[in-house]
Design a protein around this ligand. Sequence first.
Ligand code: 3PG
Length: 418
Amino acid sequence: MRFDINTLDDVEVAGKTVLLRVDINQPIDRKTNTLKDTTRVRACVPTIRELSDKGAKVVLMAHQGSDIEYKNFYTTEPHSKVLSELLGREVKFLDDVCGPAAREAIKALKDGEILLLDNVRFLSEEQTLFEMKLKLTHEQQAQTLLVRKLAPLADLYVCDAFAAAHRDQPSLCGFEQVLPSAMGRLFEEEFCVISGIMESPARPCTFVLGGAKISDAFLMMNTVLAGGVADYVLTGGLVANIMLWAKGIDIGEASREFIRKQGYEEFITTAKDVLSKFADKIVLPTDLAFVKNGMRIETNIDRLPGDEMLVDIGKETATNYQRVIRDSKTVFVNGPMGVFEKPESEYGTKAVWDALGDTKGYTVIGGGDSITATNKYKKQDKIDYICTGGGALIRFLTGEELPVVKALRHGSKAKQHG
Ligand code: 3PG
């Protein structure tokens, strides 16, 4: 047992039905019904293979998409095809989560077989808005439909979804109340590596925070700055836009409206607070880019346009960030600097990733978009550790115990029956 949590070495799985929660949430190409990136799917293959090789009946539960940031739920069917290819064995798919069809299919599984259920977030109780509104305890989560329907069919619950470990949802925290539990190999690795780095980062230690999924970024920024872990925080994406707004910079109505629509206006107060305490450590863009008639236009932050969305950091800012990254001994990156999917707005993200590729410091990246950027700029072999977690990594860095870690501790106490 590590960290008071069972690993796969502590549990018997041969002939058992194992509910395995994975995070294979990936960008989807809806036109072709395929995954645009498979990094997270690959990362959970070792656990699935180990369980199947040991003769477990493996039932995979996963989510695809989010109801908060992107509002883009999608079926997990394409993932089953990728998993089948990667594992070299069939991963059955069923377009049901916990209804009669799913339960019959689970009962019919033979030793070593693998079944992927459909997106658990098709159930309202698995959605993040539901989590935030109702704040169910783990005991209450054990009473939800998913857990009540599936737990009686299983002998063991395994969580390999480190990337979703910050979520307090039944498929992640409810089963541990009623089933013996363990963490999978990926969860174990991510947990150990990140804990190790956080205890004593080589200095200077720089955090680069960007992207659109920012709910935890401000919380974490405060913790790593107040706790003295971060020497510098470089900002991009929405994090930077909110910070600039908080500082009194006119970022324009288009960007303000976007922030309001995302429900992120509340972070302005937090941003003001961290800026007032750590102004010398937080680095904000000095120039930004927008796109007009398909053309990239850069401008200093005191001359930003009123009606254009800000989509990237500018070249001056990018060069400055590159210098800081190259001079750092530890660099954590979560989130791109702009809309890097489009050629007109990828400059800042590419520049940051180039610096990550050639800095001598220890580099860690986390989050779906950061992984996509790493693959796009072919830096997979240059980055020291690619964490599948984005929000989970950030929450972990706040020092708060992750809900899934707490639940797994509880489930690790339950005895497994032979
Ligand atoms: C992620 O993409 O960070 C994880 O899959 C968790 O997704 P969520 O932030 O939508 O819960």
